[in-house]
Design a protein around this ligand. Structure first.
Ligand code: ADP
Ligand code: MG
Length: 593
């Protein structure tokens, strides 16, 4: 049993540890992120104090984090040269919940339990120091504050209601300053003591912590050694009378262990965009998001003023996976950092609207708290401003692709992500102006290559008032519809909306550059060429025929009318002004089945 003075945990701490150990299994590995983030905080505090009290730094100049693993015994040691803790601080910090983040976590946990929600709170919140007990049976914290001349040891066990504190007496364990955490891993979690696994986790969670993180790794180097050559039988005879032995060289691998720098201390997004090459952006993208293809575009920016954050965002060159689930994407595409500590990549529209969920990137804020939760994100004014800026930058980036020399790039983008932008027409009224120029459609004058609305508008007749479209299930059926006849005769271009979502998207836009979108299959289509005289004549001649047809069809049609909209077909079935188009009706039917 541990020796030292025994202390009881504050009741909340016991409860929290109980919860952590017994119910929050889903994302154990976050313990490392939490402990590294504490180490990084401790280094930050020391660095800050060192500005005014340089003597604090004198005992050990290097500000770093070192993680050592003992695979055979299932032990992980995390050492920082930060601010450390006094005896009283050990009691205050590791025995009570004074920290707002952890207290909030408890409340959120209770709320979500009450709501019966399946939660992954530990991943979102982190629960700080106590997450060490996710993977450890026993945790030993040996720490030396520059404010104290003694080093103290805190020791706690999982599922215990008390901990002990004693003075460090083992001369081998004395450190000049900072904190050393020793985790004695649970039987099932001993895998975390594998040096490669730790290295991988550090890379994933803390690659961009601004202090160097070293991990203890086995290395090898090759060297040439001289060995005696074993003489062959023939040679033996030959050399019988010589006593001299022949030498030959052999390559051997020498193994040894050493500290290896595992993170990059200067994150890419903190660098000056002018000094980062496209290759570096692409490399970062592929490494961060496990992609094998270069992105189509990237954008690196800093915003200042009201809200400060830095970001690098990308448009992937491949379609989002699980694209059927466009409405409910679970993408892990945006990695949020707060002061360079990775917080989460599990967002649901907080930083980007769902329809831009294909955008990937990192966002680093100095204004958010480290223990930022989903709830905080949703309510935060800072996040709202960030989101607005991010969305704007994303559109600039996409527009950039559309303006590039290489038309193929945009075609590829449109094929991969066009659907998402159309969803944006429906979900994001505020950004219609940004989305509309990015849309692409086939048309009666461009059946092979899609055109933009700008190209359509440029191609409009001088007296043409509206942007005409027909919704159908394919280009072939669109171009064969009788509704087109008159427009083709007049050489007016008509957009072919052949994707099921197109029609709704266009109806949400309503107009582009002050030209209304007009469905040519609706009954009130007016091409501005009405001839009243002729219409009267026709009515007289065919009025009775119309009445007769209406009588025969009864309720199947609303009315039968004379019209000037056809040139060669005798008749056409048109939709009512306020009714659904035939296409929409088809869609609705297919959805209710
Ligand atoms: P939080 O980091 O949100 O404050 P934690 O549970 O992670 O909550 O840590 C509790 C407190 O313990 C910290 O605020 C800090 O004062 C102290 N602490 C934890 N780890 C260290 C460390 N490595 N060095 C110095 N102090 C630490
Ligand atoms: Mg913490």
């Amino acid at each position: 049993p541990p020796v030292g003075e025994k202390y009881e945990y504050q009741a909340e701490v016991s409860r929290l540890m109980d919860l952590i150990v017994n119910s929050l299994y889903s994302n154990k590995e976050v313990f490392l992120r939490e402990l590294i983030s504490n180490a990084s905080d401790a280094l930050d505090k020391l660095r800050f104090l060192g500005v005014t009290e340089p003597e604090l730094l004198k005992d050990a100049a290097d500000l770093d984090i070192r993680i050592q693993t003992d695979k055979d015994n299932g032990i992980v040691t995390i050492t920082d040269s930060g601010i450390g803790m006094t005896r009283q601080e050990l009691i205050d910090c590791l025995g009570t919940i004074a920290q707002s983040g952890t207290a909030k976590f408890l409340k959120a946990l209770k709320d979500s339990k009450d709501a019966g929600a399946d939660n992954n709170l530990i991943g979102q919140f982190g629960v700080g120091f106590y997450s060490a007990f996710l993977v450890s049976d026993r945790v030993v914290v040996s720490t030396k504050s520059p404010k104290s001349d003694k080093q103290y040891v805190w020791e706690g066990e999982a599922n215990a209601s008390s901990y002990t504190i004693r003075e460090e007496t083992d001369p081998e364990k004395i450190i000049p300053r900072g904190t050393r955490l020793t985790l004695y891993l649970k039987h099932d979690d001993k895998g975390f003591a594998n040096p490669e696994r730790i290295q991988k986790l550090v890379k994933n969670y803390s690659q961009f912590v601004s202090f160097p993180i070293y991990t203890w790794q086995e290395k090898g180097y090759t060297k040439e050694v001289e060995v005696d050559e074993e003489p062959t039988e023939a040679k033996k005879d030959e050399q019988d009378n010589t006593t001299e032995k022949k030498k030959k060289t052999k390559t051997v691998v020498e193994r040894y262990w050493d500290w290896e720098l595992t993170n990059e201390t200067q994150p890419l997004w903190l660098r000056n965009p002018k000094e980062v090459s496209t290759e570096e952006y692409n490399e970062f993208y592929k490494k961060t998001f496990n992609e094998y293809m270069d992105p189509l575009a990237s954008s690196h920016f800093t915003t200042e003023g009201e809200v400060e954050f830095r970001s690098v965002i990308y448009v992937p060159a491949v379609a989002p996976t699980g694209k059927d689930d466009i409405v409910n994407p679970k993408t892990k595409n945006i990695r949020l950092y707060v002061k360079r500590v990775f917080i989460s990549d599990d967002f649901d529209g907080e930083l980007f609207p769902r329809y831009l969920s294909f955008v990937k990137g990192v966002v680093d804020s100095n204004d958010l708290p480290l223990n930022v939760s989903r709830e905080i994100l949703q309510e935060s004014r800072i996040v709202r401003i960030m989101r607005k800026r991010l969305v704007r930058k994303a559109f600039d980036m996409i527009l950039g692709i559309s303006l590039s020399e290489n038309r193929e790039d945009y075609e590829k983008f449109w094929e991969n992500c066009g659907k998402y932008l159309k969803l944006g027409c429906i979900e994001d009224r505020e950004n219609h102006k940004r989305i509309a120029p990015l849309l692409r459609f086939f048309s009666s004058q461009s059946e092979e290559e899609m055109i933009s609305l700008d190209e359509y508008v440029e191609n409009m007749k001088p007296d043409q008032k509206a942007i005409y479209y027909i919704a159908s299930d394919s280009v072939t059926s669109a171009k064969n519809t009788p509704f087109l006849e008159r427009l083709i005769e007049k050489d007016i271009e008509v957009l072919f909306l052949v994707d099921p979502i197109d029609e709704v998207a266009i109806q949400n836009l309503k107009s582009y550059k002050e030209k209304d979108f007009v469905d040519i299959s609706k009954e009130d289509l007016d091409l501005g060429d009405k001839n009243e005289e002729k219409e009267k004549e026709m009515k007289q001649e065919f009025g009775q025929t119309c009445d007769w047809i209406k009588k025969r069809l009864g309720d199947k049609v609303a009315s039968v009318q004379i019209s000037n909209r056809l040139s060669s077909s005798p008749c056409v079935l048109a939709s009512g002004k306020f009714g659904w188009s035939a296409n929409m009706e088809r869609l609705m039917k297919s959805q209710t089945v």
